[in-house]
Design a protein around this ligand. Structure first.
Ligand code: ATP
Ligand code: MG
Length: 397
């Protein structure tokens, strides 16, 4: 006999709760981060005894679970329901100056200060008064702390507050994925901020498999995702920086792809295709930030490669290779049409090297036979798509 849950499952395609794969989803547990969580908790724990927490700096590559771990610990701290502890999380992409950070701290707990226009000095006094009132223990997580413009001032102010306070204290958990971030701090703020440090290592393939399996169980109808597809997504993400966010994105896209084709399973091929789409997306982002003449060069190559009547090319397997000299001519005619003089051959060669370094083109030196020695150029991505991206994003057509 039919049950509603079966009918609903049939309608939902491959997903039972797609939200579980979204970047905003906060999982209940963070497997493979037990020791990191324990260390963060240990450095924050003094506030539970009415003492100041050590300032802590969390560092690691993107997608290694830093933000999730910091949020997890804040939730645990809130759950202690200690009225003297005020813990808050903020992303410094949004709160990107000393003034904004201070204002955010105060307005979170004291909404009447929400209006702007207070001078920094007034804001600072308010903060001290509020902390001293009943001896609060304030813990501030500053995620993406490298985005703060006047960071040395911020760290200095928040550290100095502890000298100015007769009761209560303020401690900082800074988070960043920028390698050179610490060097950008002056020596004094560096030693204040990094009283304790914790590095988040990239996840390996086994760990990513575990993370994906757990999230996959929440997100997909049981039995839909093949084990090998999970392993493949984990292996791909492990080989690219061990980024859990990327691994989750691959799985989400694979599911969407399979669903859009009306299929009932998610297999290796879907993961491969979603990797390809993700790479393309990245490449297209790169294209839109290239210097103008590199975009025009790429555009010239894409127009040759989408021109079916154009025959002066070398076909090698499925690849289409174009003669460097011909590409230059097309580039020159594209720039002239736009009323911009083409750059010289020398520049052109430099541009090609840069585009090759970005993986947008490949260059092959032809052997003897194909017009002596000559450079052949191949577009790294599908020509029609590249052309479309440049036409819409760059040329504004
Ligand atoms: N151990 C884990 N278990 C489950 N999910 C995880 C784990 N680590 C990370 N994730 C997931 O991976 C994604 C990225 O994690 P998070 O945002 O914490 O990374 P991050 O280190 O802060 O990265 P970034 O430096 O880019 O800010 C999130 O969706 C998160 O839910
Ligand atoms: Mg983060």
């Amino acid at each position: 006999m039919p049950e509603f849950k079966d009918v609903l499952a049939a309608q939902s395609g491959v997903f039972s709760n797609k939200q579980a794969l979204s970047p905003h989803f906060v999982p209940d547990a963070l497997p493979f981060r037990e020791s990191e969580l324990r260390l963060i908790m240990a450095s924050v724990a003094p506030v539970l005894k009415g003492q100041k927490a050590k300032n802590l700096f969390l560092y690691g590559k993107t997608g290694t679970g830093k933000s999730s771990s910091a949020k997890y610990v804040l939730e645990k701290l809130d759950a202690e329901k200690n009225p003297h502890i005020c813990a808050l999380y903020m992303n410094c992409r949004v709160f990107d100056s000393r003034y904004r950070v201070l204002q955010k701290i105060i307005t979170t707990f004291h909404p009447k200060f929400a209006r702007t226009g207070y001078s920094f000095a007034v804001l600072y006094e308010k903060l001290l008064d509020w902390v001293e009132e009943d001896g609060k223990q304030v813990v501030v997580v500053l995620d993406e702390i490298d985005m703060v413009k006047d960071l040395d001032n911020l760290v200095y102010t928040l550290t100095r507050a502890n000298d100015d306070l007769r009761k209560g204290n303020v401690s900082i958990v800074g988070v960043s994925n920028k390698v050179d971030f610490k060097q950008r701090l002056d020596a004094r703020s560096r030693s204040s901020l990094c009283e304790e440090e914790l590095v988040f290592q990239p996840y390996n393939a086994d760990q990513l498999t575990g993370i994906l399996r757990a999230r996959g169980q929440l997100a997909f109808v049981p039995g839909v995702v093949q084990e090998s597809a999970i392993n493949l997504a984990a292996a791909i993400a492990a080989s690219e920086n061990g980024d859990a966010r990327y691994a989750l994105l691959l799985l989400l896209r694979a599911g969407e792809l399979s669903e859009s084709q009306g299929k009932a399973t998610v297999v290796d091929h879907d993961v491969e295709a979603s990797r390809k789409a993700a790479e393309e997306e990245k490449a297209f982002e790169v294209i839109s930030t290239l210097p103008e003449h590199q975009q025009l060069l790429l555009y010239a190559l894409a127009t040759l490669a989408t021109d079916v009547s154009y025959k002066r090319l070398v076909e090698d397997g499925g690849d289409k290779l174009y003669f460097s000299g011909e590409v230059y001519e097309r580039y020159a005619s594209v720039t002239k049409k736009l009323g911009k003089p083409p750059r010289t051959m020398r520049w052109y060669r430099e541009y090609l090297k840069e585009l090759e370094a970005l993986g947008l083109v490949n260059m092959v030196q032809s052997g003897k036979g194909v017009r002596g020695h000559t450079t052949l150029i191949k577009l790294g991505y599908e020509a029609a798509r590249v052309r479309q991206v440049i036409e819409t994003k760059v040329l504004g057509e």
